[in-house]
Design a protein around this ligand. Structure first.
Ligand code: ACO
Length: 704
């Protein structure tokens, strides 16, 4: 990482395309660098030479005798290639290409040429299509954004330039100090993972905020993000949640936005905090950059109003904040500071008559008790306790909590005087909000970050896969470029990886069915085998609970008729006879190769209503049991496995085991793009699981 350190602490900067004309981007960048107090050498480069912003202008990069650490390229797109080649030949370490007009508008080849030219000389590129970079460590504002950036401890990595520039302005309004802000644009070389790796070890940065539209190398991003969230909070705004938003993001950045459910699951798995808006992200950044690590999550709410207390209690449930609830201890702590008509139950209601000293005493009582980890004080403006008195009280209380390393938050609801007081307090980094939910969310995100640091385990469990045997079963399908495996082939694969399926055989005629049914035993199930019918139940191709030969004859005819009616001309290769198994909980499990993030696992409620219920969750593979369990718990139907209404607990270990096996298969055989087991029937604890149906798809197009 030493080399990237140079990017944020360069000894010298050249601006290629520096302009004498105020208002031009090439002028603004030079001016911003000088005005921000950058101490290294600045070399404006312009064919006309002369004086630029009071500095000597060089006619070309070779005229500069000293070494150049970073160059900002601000010439029109048609001139960028030559400028990049010259910088590379000069030995520039980093080239920040501001210019637009490359892959974001389809000019992909030209962008690739830049990377090759740079790589030949060991030069790295940020961009193209960026606004530049600010580094507080180097007093360097090499952007064409606002001149004044408040230094601080939040690092911003943004894919959108315009939004990034707007965020600089907004950080000033919100009094959020930046350790750095860097725009990655088209990410032709350096990307968000490189930058994350740098900010992980940079002392000044306490919180990292990322704005992402599309991710190119998802597997690397996962590794870097997991590393980062182990040491500092990473807040991510990932746009493109809606289908329309994703399309706009793709055309904007030239990179593909992944399916949102997957992105959401992966951010969670990596311990990142996802924000939906800039306002949300900024308030979490500001709070997490200053708040101490909670020793315990047990929280108290202190309020002068019942309504806001209830709202905060609801919000605590939503944001997973445990409220301290030992009523005896609460009474012991708070009865000396609560009037008889108030309440010492959490939320502690010190009543509408409470004044500044009474709030202060109640908060101190919370601060001085070691079972209470954090406090939230809510205030509804009253005439007995006006906004002006509040201001000093909050500032002092905040300082005391800070000195004791305890998280505290304030929400104050009222009139204009109060809003002004909030503005002044925020400017002094006192965490006070005019909205209860916003305040509670900050505490929730603080807990979420430290909780994942304590509990997350990134080791993974694997199982060995006999790839030679899998290759042999799939050889014919791959040679003929088939995109899926047949039921028999899939069954073979399941056997190889050790996932149990009920006894079965495929028969080609009714006579054969009547002959073989004895091998399977009653009751049995008949399922159509057709390369044209993927969803067998939809086509009427499945009949259950057959108990004798007459029923088999009826089912044979019904399946053939219904499938032909469902898809006239469908090829029917035969009918599968399956042993009918005991009832259990139907789950779906799967693994697939995501184009952005690589192998992904899925778990959910199985059966024929999967698409309707959409009760599924995802994680990036490989996984350990703890993480698989957390994926399972994320579904609404998970409690069914624990046993409801007096039912016995189900074989959760069997599900975990199957997910590990299926995941290992997809990781080991890159020609398998999708595998879906539906239903995977889960029996009682220690009675195992059975895969009733399996679909395996092959990545035929990958061979090109
Ligand atoms: N070496 C050095 N300087 C050169 C060279 C060269 N080979 N060729 C030209 N120059 C000089 C020019 O003489 C000019 O200086 P002058 O004004 O003193 O004459 C300067 O470089 C700039 O060249 P212009 O032709 O005037 O180009 P202009 O400034 O109009 O545009 C720019 C260049 C800004 C790079 C433009 O092409 C561009 O890409 N703009 C978009 C930038 C952008 O938005 N990036 C994304 C940011 S994020 C966001 O969305 C906000």
């Amino acid at each position: 990482m030493d080399h990237i350190n140079n990017l944020f602490n360069p000894n010298s900067i050249a601006v290629v395309g520096a302009s004498r004309t105020p208002g031009k981007i090439g002028h603004t960048i030079v001016k911003n660098i000088i005005d921000c107090g950058y101490k290294g050498n600045v070399f404006p480069v312009n064919p006309a030479g002369g004086d630029i912003c009071g500095l000597h202008g060089y006619k070309n990069i070779f005229e500069i005798e000293d070494p150049v650490d970073i160059a900002l390229t601000v010439v029109p797109a048609s001139k960028v290639y030559d400028a990049v080649v010259e910088c590379a030949e000069k030995g520039v370490k980093y080239n920040l290409i501001i210019t637009s007009g490359f892959s974001e508008v389809g000019n992909i080849e030209e962008e690739k040429k830049l990377v090759h030219a740079a790589r030949d000389h060991g030069m790295r590129i940020i961009g193209p299509n960026i606004f530049g970079l600010f580094s507080a460590d180097a007093n360097m504002n090499a952007t064409f954004g606002p001149a004044n950036i408040t230094p601080g401890s939040v690092a911003i990595i943004t894919q959108s330039g315009a939004l990034g520039l707007a965020m600089i302005g907004k950080t000033a309004v919100e009094n959020i100090g930046l350790s750095a802000i860097v725009s990655v644009g088209n990410k032709c070389d350096i990307d968000e993972s490189d930058l994350l790796e740098y900010f992980i070890q940079q002392d000044r940065t306490k919180v990292i905020l990322m704005y992402i539209e599309g991710i190119k190398n998802g597997e690397r991003f996962i590794r870097s993000l997991k590393k980062a969230t182990r040491v500092k909070p990473v807040i991510v705004i990932k746009s493109g949640r809606s289908a329309r938003g994703a399309a706009a993001a793709a055309s904007h950045t030239g990179s593909l936005a992944g399916a949102d459910e997957i992105v959401d699951a992966i951010l969670r798995q990596c311990g990142a905090i996802r924000a939906d808006s800039i306002a949300e992200a900024f308030s979490w950044c500001a709070y997490l950059a200053n708040a101490p690590e909670p020793v315990t999550e047990q929280t108290v709410i202190i309020t002068n109003g019942g309504g806001v207390g209830v709202m905060a209690t609801d919000a605590c449930e939503r944001y997973d904040i445990p409220l301290y609830n030992d009523t005896e201890t609460l009474h012991e702590i708070f009865s000396p500071v609560t009037p008889s008509f108030g309440s010492t139950k959490n939320p502690i209601d010190i009543s509408g008559g409470a004044t500044a000293p009474e709030y202060s005493q109640a908060l101190d009582a919370a601060l001085n008790h070691d079972k209470i980890g954090a406090a939230m004080a809510l205030y509804c403006e009253t005439a007995v306790f006006p906004a002006l008195d509040l201001e000093q009280m909050l500032e002092d209380t905040n300082r005391r909590f800070k000195e004791h390393g305890r998280p505290v938050l304030f929400a104050a609801v009222g009139g204009l005087d109060l809003e002004h007081a909030i503005g002044r307090l925020r400017y002094k980094n006192v965490p006070v909000f005019s909205d209860v939910d916003q305040a509670v969310a900050c505490m929730g995100k603080l807990f979420e970050h430290y909780r994942q640091r304590r509990t997350r385990c990134d080791t993974f469990e694997d199982c060995s896969i006999d790839t030679q045997a899998i290759d042999a079963v799939t050889a014919e399908a791959r040679a003929s470029e088939r995109s899926f495996l047949s039921a028999n082939e899939s069954r073979e694969i399941m056997k190889i990886i050790g996932v149990g399926m009920p006894a079965s055989c495929v028969v080609r005629s009714l006579d054969e069915a009547l002959e073989r049914c004895g091998d399977i035993g009653y009751p049995l199930v008949m399922k159509v085998v057709s390369p044209d019918i993927i969803h067998k139940s939809d086509a009427g191709g499945v009949v259950l609970d057959l108990n004798n030969k007459d029923e088999i004859i009826d089912a044979w005819q019904a399946i053939n008729q219904r499938c032909q009616a469902y898809l006239p001309g469908a090829r029917i290769d035969g009918i599968e006879l399956n042993a009918m198994i005991e009832p259990g909980i139907e789950t779906i499990i799967g693994a697939r190769r995501d184009p952005v993030f690589g192998p992904i696992a899925m778990f959910g409620q199985g059966g024929i209503y999967v698409e309707v219920m959409k009760d599924v969750s995802f994680r990036a593979l490989p996984l350990n049991r703890l993480e698989i369990l957390s994926m399972m718990k994320q579904t609404r139907s998970y409690p069914l496995l624990l046993g409801v209404r007096g039912e016995a607990k189900k074989d959760i270990e069997g599900v975990l085991d199957t997910i590990i096996r299926v995941g290992a298969l997809v990781r080991a055989c890159d020609y398998i793009s999708d595998i879906e087991v539906n239903p995977l029937v889960v029996f009682e604890e220690n009675a195992g699981v059975k895969a009733l149906d399996v679909r395996i798809l092959l990545a035929t197009q990958r061979k090109e």
